[in-house]
Design a protein around this ligand. Structure first.
Ligand SMILES: Cc1ncc(COP(=O)(O)O)c(C=O)c1O
Length: 392
């Protein structure tokens, strides 16, 4: 058999490798605690589950949905943006369903990038910002996210010739994996540069609803002129504990949305109508749920930050996202530290290097783990790492 070469052009999916490792240890009878994957441990809000159960019984939801999304879905999306961000979205032309943020990211690349084009992607960053462009035959130009700059890319450092070939710019705040938030004025600057260079901005807003200490993340679409150059992808996975449901929306520039929809009509037949209706319930009736989840993660964040500081690591508590991103101790690489933690504490942390070259020297801990397991993981790390790890 022969297979398409494009699959060889991207590294194996990070979490697939982690999962294989965990499975092996578990097969050996070891109780491994994974802090590797951002998959919420708590259930979807009751109102959403009940809506889904109800709607599934309605046979009008059983037929092919439309790639445009139902009126109910689009109006709920627009209403959410109005209430949450004060942003006006035209429910007819400026919002579409996505089958999760990942699907939106990957397919936007196919809709917007030609071979030879450049895609500007944050490094470290969510892996589909690399695989999407690569599958489209485009080149990735990494935008390093440096600690000194608050993990915000220096867009002015992108060479003119790269801007000239670029057609897509991925941004993601609150950010995975760094937990950083966008500083005031950053979106304005990005929009201004995108306009100047004719580049489409895609803001991945998967973590906008998980914020701490009173912080509320803004939408890119609040920025003046943003809708002329870009779209935003809002996922319900993290805020509403809906990773398994595969639901989210894309909002913003009508032309970009129309090209994405055009592509999608050739690839799939849209989102199950019952799920669209349940998503509308999440956006309208359970809009405050992510705030409750944020309190849970805030408490867990404080627990982990305290434990890591006790081990001797210099950790800055994030203002958003269920992730803690921090430097590995001196003498370790991302990979060797993750391996050491796994071998000594039977705890999985994500090596920063898996998110791109600039992630080297960091590791990520996910807080999407039940309280008792997180406490156990922290205890194990404190006892097994404190003694030896920093004196290596
Ligand atoms: C930055 C970012 N975007 C998108 C996603 C994917 O979300 P979804 O479950 O909606 O596909 C994730 C998931 O971890 C993510 O970290």
């Amino acid at each position: 058999m022969r297979f398409a070469r494009r699959l060889d052009a991207v590294p194996p999916y990070l979490f697939a490798e982690l999962e294989r490792k965990i499975e092996q240890m578990q097969a050996d009878g070891i109780d491994v605690i994974s802090l590797g994957i951002g998959d919420p441990d708590l259930p979807t809000p009751d109102a959403v589950v009940e809506a889904m159960a109800r709607e599934v019984h309605d046979p009008t939801t059983h037929r092919y949905p439309s790639n445009r999304g139902s009126q109910i879905f689009r109006e709920a999306g627009a209403e959410f943006y109005r209430r949450r961000f004060g942003v006006q979205i035209d429910a007819e032309t400026e919002v579409l369903p996505v089958l999760g943020g990942k699907e939106g990211v990957a397919h936007l690349c196919l809709a917007c990038l030609d071979p030879g084009d450049v895609c500007l992607s944050p490094d470290p960053g969510y892996p589909p910002y690399t695989s999407g462009p690569v599958f489209s035959g485009a080149e990735v130009h990494y935008l390093p996210l440096e600690e000194e700059r608050g993990f915000v890319p220096d867009l002015d450092a992108v060479p003119e010739e790269v801007w000239a070939r670029a057609n897509l710019l991925f941004l993601n705040y609150p950010n995975n994996p760094t937990g950083a938030v966008a500083p005031e004025g950053f979106f304005d600057h990005a929009v201004a540069l995108a306009r100047r260079h004719g580049v489409i901005v895609v803001h991945d807003s998967s973590y906008s609803e998980i914020c701490f200490d009173g912080y509320r993340a803004p939408s890119l679409l609040e920025t003046s002129g943003a809708k002329e150059v870009g779209v935003e992808i809002l996922s319900l996975s993290k805020g509403w504990n809906m990773t398994g449901w595969r639901t989210g929306l894309m909002a913003g520039n009508a032309e970009v949305l129309e090209r994405y929809r055009h592509l999608k009509t050739n690839l799939d037949s849209g989102m199950f109508d019952a799920l669209q209706r349940a998503t509308a319930v999440a956006l309208l009736d359970a809009a405050d749920f992510p705030r409750e989840m944020s309190f849970v993660y805030e408490r867990r964040r404080d627990l982990v930050v305290e434990a890591l500081r006790a081990i001797g690591l210099d950790v800055e508590p994030p203002r958003a996202t269920p992730y803690i991103w921090t430097r590995v101790p001196a003498g370790y690489s991302s990979g060797s530290f993750a391996e050491t933690v796994l071998e000594r504490a039977y705890v999985v942390v994500s090596p920063g290097s898996a998110y791109g070259p600039s992630g080297e020297g960091f590791f990520r801990i996910s807080l999407t783990v039940a309280d008792d397991r997180l406490e156990e993981a922290v205890r194990r790390m404190e006892t097994s790492l404190q003694s030896g790890i920093l004196s290596r």
